[in-house]
Design a protein around this ligand. Structure first.
Ligand code: PBG
Length: 331
């Protein structure tokens, strides 16, 4: 194509709102949103997360109410994260296997309230259940061991599937966990339970407010660099995605979102699977703080960030802004 001025004036199609709408290449709808929710004990509890203004931990009844709200807003899926009470946290995180733990109670409450009207995605990793805040079992040298952790994660995933989870989302970054979970789901008769692998999850500084929300931040000993990826690496992210797909992932996630749009784009070019971004807690907090400090209009900032994920190739985005974005989209 040999375009030149004045035959081509790219401003022509930008001159009117109707025309801009006609040539718009990407669309964000509430169907693109997955809403992460934090669960806490009690009844009728709403406990605000101070580092995430506008986000709260809800007791199980409140989670069911949020799920109904999501259905009304046209959001197809919620993601659940428990803030496990102190007394139930152990070195091995075995509370993750309790069929009556906070996560399982929340799953059942959402299914009772909404049935098939909404998908429930559950995080698989031990950090909300361990005393040390690591995602797996830690040996005497302080190293998070791989294969024994995978065995724990398999039981955690099956526990969630039996409670009614629709999408199992391993966020732990252990090697081989997708295959192990897939095999256990198949053997357990959970043929239609999906796996959305946190395939390319980076050791990021953007997870701080999340760790506050689930209560693992102050506990965390060391960092997660021996299992989460180095932010400097792109090719390695493709290797992670390839393995997770081969092991049985139905969809993959890139996390965090905005600083990793190149990874999303490369994954989407290379593989024929749905790709999701997790716009993580620190990203949410930055938009809120920036807007509060006068850096821009909050709603405009968040919508611009969300459309960038669609443009990069995402099928959807996990975002704490989901209900706000859905309301804006409904006008
Ligand atoms: C747990 C997990 C984390 C997040 C999602 N699942 C934190 C971590 O890996 O330390 C972060 C999400 C967010 O920051 O919003 N494995």
């Amino acid at each position: 194509m040999n375009r030149s001025y004045p035959n081509t004036r790219l401003r022509r199609t930008r001159a009117n709102g109707w025309s801009r709408a006609m040539v718009r290449e990407n669309l964000l709808t509430p169907l693109d949103l997955i809403w992460p929710l934090f669960v806490t004990d009690g009844k009728g509890v709403e406990d605000p997360v101070s580092s995430l203004p506008g986000v709260s931990r809800w007791s199980v009844d409140g989670i069911a109410a949020r799920a109904k709200e999501a259905v009304e807003l046209g959001i197809p899926c919620i993601a659940l994260f428990p803030n496990t009470q102190e007394a139930l946290r152990t070195d091995d995180g075995v509370e993750a296997h309790n069929p009556d733990n906070l996560m399982c109670r929340a799953i059942r409450a959402v299914k009772d309230a909404c049935g098939e009207d909404i998908g429930v995605l559950t995080d698989v990793a031990l950090d909300p259940y361990t005393t040390h805040g690591q995602d797996g079992l830690v040996n005497d040298a302080g190293y998070v061991v791989n294969d024994d952790t995978v065995a724990m994660l398999v039981d955690q995933a099956i526990n969630q599937a039996e409670a009614g989870a629709d999408i199992i989302a391993p966020s732990d970054m252990m090697d081989g966990r997708v295959r192990a979970i897939r095999m256990a789901l198949e053997m357990g008769g959970h043929h239609n339970v999906q796996i959305m692998a946190y395939a390319a999850k980076f050791a990021s500084a953007f997870y701080g407010p999340f760790r506050d929300a689930v209560g693992s931040g102050d506990r965390l000993v060391g960092d997660k660099k021996t299992y989460q990826m180095d932010p400097a690496n792109g090719d390695e992210a493709l290797a992670e995605v390839a393995l997770d797909i081969a092991e049985g992932a139905d969809s993959v996630m890139v996390k965090p979102g905005l600083a990793y749009l190149d990874i999303i784009y490369r994954v989407k070019q290379r593989f024929e699977v749905p790709v999701y971004a997790y716009q993580v807690s620190g990203e949410y907090a930055l938009i809120e703080a920036g807007a509060a400090a006068g850096a821009g209009d909050r709603d405009a900032l968040l919508m611009e960030k969300l459309i960038s994920f669609k443009r990069a190739g995402c099928s959807g985005v996990l975002t704490y802004h989901a209900p706000i974005a859905a309301r804006l989209l409904h006008g």
